[in-house]
Design a protein around this ligand. Structure first.
Ligand code: SF4
Length: 478
């Protein structure tokens, strides 16, 4: 992974990248429009469906241990080999050992944010093994040495002309910008890779404990190739993906695709219930599922942050986020960007590593409104911000998660005291204009103010403005 830049610096870089911003803006507006249209045209009770999904997911989370054991028992009966990993490293090791055991040195991957989370490509690369992306967006990124910019549409910041250039340079393809022709180039390249494939990897959208099966949705068909063409299929599944019944999982799928891309249903629904049986003409000979935790148990035991485990990775919160819209996913410098990234990244990767992104939020609350499983994202971001400066009642669990800035904490504690008492708030506001000159003159050297004013104009607090407020309130504090 490339070295991280200070977040103020990366935001500046992204705001100056006009091409990326234009591409992103167009794409986000299309996704927003598609979602709104499909909900209006096809759903009579979208809110009812959201409530149903929230309840089903909470029920699964509250009985997670039982659900996981039930899944293991039923999946094993179906001939699926279930592995358990508590950390990202352990999950990578399991895949590596399987490859060594079977003498395999190449793996083809369907789109999987879980594999990005555990850093699988990087891990295998260090062991001299190639992991090849087969999702079109992921392939473009891999060829160009980039990470995903979005959890659903990973290369959405690149337009078709840029993709044509990448294919020309990396695949020696003729320069094209026509979408059909670009697809044909990618298809041809990947068909060659699929030839003789021994091991394929996929993510999991929902594991179904009663059935011992798992559901994988996708639009390109590459996921189906990765799960059916090779001898061995390995599926990576975060523990929170387990639902109890087929009906519960179907409720989730009904919400997922409209929220993600504005489609009514996904193009491919793959329900995988085991390896090839006697008499089957195709399908893998072995199916492995890796159930990995990576701090999810810590989140589950937290009274607030457990809510983020309901996430079905639809990406709607980032599609509607006015900050993500402007800076794109790379500015977050973590694999999960946008509002959901601001909640789960500090929980999964540590506050010290990713806590800075908590300031990429205006607390407008659009994300919470569009989230199909009703995760109160803005509220959770606010709570994490308090934890970040050593305040708030419940810091995230796990190690190395709380970063305390004593100066910031004490300044904001005093501000809180002043601002939560009506009389003191009005009194200090009436006097604030006296400090205008001082703050404006020394803003470049005052702690906290210095950092803040580097990127924003400090407002002038006008006496007249305050008098207007007094007039409305009918009182005077002078
Ligand atoms: S938090 Fe909600 S809106 Fe955002 S990706 Fe997850 S399910 Fe979708």
């Amino acid at each position: 992974m490339s070295k991280k830049l200070p977040h103020e610096q990366i935001v500046g870089v992204k705001l100056n990248d006009n091409q990326m911003r234009e591409n992103l803006m167009k794409a986000m507006h299309t996704l927003q429009r598609n979602r709104l249209n499909i909900i209006k045209d096809k759903f009579n009770d979208w809110q009812g469906l959201r409530n149903k999904a929230k309840t089903a997911k909470n029920n699964a989370l509250m009985s997670l241990k039982d659900r996981l054991l039930e899944f293991e028992e039923n999946a094993s009966k179906n001939g699926i080999k279930v592995h358990w990993a508590s950390s990202d490293e352990e999950a990578c090791e399991i895949i590596y050992e399987l490859m060594i055991e079977k003498n395999i040195n190449k793996i083809l991957k369907g789109k999987s944010m879980a594999s990005e989370e555990i850093g699988l490509n990087h891990f295998l690369e260090k062991k001299g093994i190639s992991a090849i992306e087969t999702d079109l967006g992921e392939l473009i990124l891999q060829l160009n040495g980039e990470t995903p910019v979005h959890i659903v549409v990973p290369a959405i910041h690149r337009n078709r002309y840029e993709v044509g250039e990448i294919f020309k340079e990396k695949l020696n393809a003729p320069l094209e910008s026509d979408i059909e022709k670009l697809n044909a180039i990618a298809r041809k390249h990947l068909r060659d890779e699929f030839e003789g494939l021994k091991m394929g990897l996929s993510g999991v959208n929902f594991a179904i404990s009663k059935e011992g099966a798992f559901w994988l949705i996708e639009n390109e068909g590459n996921g189906r190739m990765c799960t059916t063409a090779p001898d061995i299929h390995v599926a990576l599944c975060g523990v929170e993906k387990v639902m109890q019944s087929f009906e519960d999982a179907a409720t989730m799928v009904c919400l997922l695709t409209p929220s993600a891309t504005g489609q009514f249903i996904p193009t491919y629904n793959n329900i995988i219930s085991g390896p090839r049986k006697n008499g089957d003409l195709d399908g893998p000979k072995e199916v492995h599922v890796i159930l990995f935790d990576h701090h999810r148990s810590d989140m589950l035991s937290h009274k607030d942050y457990y809510e983020a485990l309901r996430c079905i990775r639809c990406g709607a919160c980032m599609n509607f986020c006015p900050v993500y819209d402007q800076i794109g996913g790379h500015a977050y410098q973590t694999i999960y960007p946008g509002p959901i990234g601001e909640v789960i990244s500090p929980n999964l990767f540590g506050m010290d590593n990713t806590g800075d992104i908590l300031s990429f939020c205006s607390l407008c609350g659009r994300c919470s409104e569009v989230c199909p499983v009703k995760i109160p994202l803005a509220d959770l971001i606010r709570k994490l911000r308090a934890n970040k400066i050593g305040q708030g009642e419940n810091p995230p669990m796990g190690t190395n998660l709380v970063h305390k800035n004593n100066l910031e904490a004490s300044v904001f504690k005093k501000f809180e005291k002043m601002a939560t008492n009506g009389d003191s708030w009005r009194f200090y506001l009436s006097k604030a204009h006296y400090f205008n000159w001082f703050v404006q003159s020394f803003k470049g050297s005052l702690p906290i103010v210095k950092k803040w004013s580097e990127f924003k104009d400090l407002p002038q607090i006008k006496l007249d403005l305050y008098k207007e407020v007094q007039k409305i309130q009918g009182v005077s504090y002078e």
